[in-house]
Design a protein around this ligand. Structure first.
Ligand SMILES: [Mn+2]
Length: 401
């Protein structure tokens, strides 16, 4: 780990140790990386004697943040999101709470000394290759107490789940965590001609990490409004159960039905093309699944036959006006998810087309929307209902420059 990141973590941990209230509010993302991050931090803080109040968010929405930062004197932790919006969080916090950010998305430095942005992107690491949030949380937990080394297996699940591979292998810090898990006798790394497979050796038998990552993704995303994240955290810490398998099966059925219907609609012409983009809108038809599913749908759809891989793909989904466990909240917003199909991905990698993390946040910002977690090949932002066409036009304007 870069020395400066280690030192920043040590400094934040000293503040945590001094904090009078032994309670932490932990906000984490709902994909496999976010759930494993949540599980690692829950365990690490509980071992330290903290009471952990966990809340799973699909995004750190400004409306949610405003309510969170009405508080004072709290210990607040964000993981697998918020790295980019550290300035906004700093402004909202303004010295009132001890706030930690353990993310790995593109990041901006904090402007409040009480907000510790420990996003490795600020310390020279690449969040879309070297290190996931789960590995960041693992390094934090291990810095807090070397006894947390036993949580390496959870970080490995998140690292594989986020799918950042180099030649089919986990890279840098993520690979270190896998190797550590292997040394602990909890992971088998199988070499093959296209890279490596990572197989978790659980008390209930071997389980490929990619399958487990997919399992958690479904619980957290398709099951977001149906207690899926709680079940996901339980699976990270205690393993799969018949109960979690049942929940998963039910969620997969719901997802399959909704996705098939959407494919049918697109085939019937419910998709629009502009010069660089192809886009569609699912309105509220993805209920009761979470809004992460619009990204999952784009991922699936871009692999289907007849898909135009020369244009970026974008999907819109209306965000329900609720957050499980948070109380009443109103957004009246849509989420846009974007992906880079095969051809576009290559063009981005060689620098002939801009990454999604450039023009999508810019266009969204121009229309008063909100960006947090954007990578070059996958990105999502939110904006007011009714501004969808304007956003597409704004992106075309930027891409045409
Ligand atoms: Mn992540």
């Amino acid at each position: 780990m870069p020395t400066q990141l280690l030192e920043a973590m040590q400094k934040a941990i000293r503040e945590v140790n001094k904090w009078p209230e032994k309670a932490v509010q932990l906000f984490h993302h709902n994909d496999s990386d976010g759930l494993t991050s949540g599980a690692i931090l829950t365990c690490a803080f509980e071992r330290k004697g903290f009471e952990v109040r966990r809340l799973c968010l699909e995004k750190p929405y400004p409306a949610v943040l405003k309510k969170v930062f009405e508080q004072e004197g709290k210990l607040i932790v964000f993981t697998d999101f918020a790295g980019r919006i550290a300035p906004l969080i700093s402004e909202l916090n303004s010295g009132k709470n001890l706030t930690l950010i353990l993310d790995h998305h593109k990041a901006n430095p904090s402007t409040d000394p009480m907000v510790y942005n420990l996003d490795p992107e600020l310390f020279g690491l690449k969040g879309d290759l070297d290190i996931t949030a789960s590995t960041t949380c693992y390094l934090f937990a291990k810095t807090m107490d070397p006894a947390n080394r036993d949580l390496a297996y959870i970080a490995t699940i998140g690292a594989v789940g986020d799918q950042f591979f180099l030649d089919g292998r986990l890279a840098t810090q993520n690979r270190e965590v896998a190797l550590e898990t292997q040394r602990q006798g909890l992971l088998e790394i199988k070499e093959h001609d296209r890279g490596e497979d990572y197989i978790l050796l659980t008390p209930k038998g071997p389980m490929p990490c990619d399958e487990l990552g997919f399992y958690l993704d479904t619980l957290g995303a398709a099951g977001y409004y149906q207690n899926g994240p709680d079940m996901g955290i339980k699976v990270c810490l205690e393993g799969r159960t018949p109960e979690s398998d049942q929940m998963l099966e039910k969620l997969r059925d719901i997802q399959t039905g909704i996705f098939e219907d959407q494919i049918k609609r697109i085939r019937q012409g419910e998709i629009k093309h502009t010069e660089h983009l192809q886009w569609f809108h699912v309105q509220e038809r993805f209920d009761p699944m979470g809004v992460k599913m619009i990204g999952a749908f784009c991922d699936m759809y871009k692999e289907t036959e007849g898909f135009d891989s020369h244009k970026y793909i974008a999907g819109f989904q209306v965000i329900p006006n609720k957050i499980p466990g948070f109380g009443p909240i109103t957004f009246d917003e849509v989420k846009i998810s974007m992906r880079a199909p095969v051809f576009v991905e290559e063009e981005i990698r060689v620098g002939r087309m801009p990454g999604l993390d450039t023009f999508l946040p810019e266009a969204t910002g121009n229309l008063g929307g909100f960006s947090d977690a954007c990578h070059s090949l996958t990105a999502a932002t939110t904006l007011a209902i009714g501004k969808e066409e304007a956003l597409i036009a704004e992106m075309e304007k930027i891409l045409g420059r």
